[in-house]
Design a binder for this molecule. Sequence first.
Ligand code: FES
Length: 113
Amino acid sequence: MFSMKVRWVKIFSSKDEMLQALGKRSSMEIRANGKDLVMLREEDQVYLIQNKCPHQGLSLKDAKCENGMVICPFHQYRFSLENGRGHGLYLERYPVEYRENGVFAGFEYFSIF
Ligand code: FES
């Protein structure tokens, strides 16, 4: 029987380390679980998304967040950070979880077990 599972991968040792890495920037590139990702910050909220705009595949490393939307720097397409939708396209998002032993990103996968 197939089922969807989540693999949690540590991306920072602590929330402080993550915030230090972000500094004053609102976005930064990271690589985790073999994927190129972008971490975005809007006030106290942090999001993790694919580093590839669904429109033309360009990097989202300089994307901005505004009212729960990510805005691509190239053609200003907007994608919801809640459901990934925008302009009939879909942006992959990854959950971020703070734990005692670090900051983790979640990656879904299919399992036969
Ligand atoms: S490449 Fe992102 S909106 Fe066009």
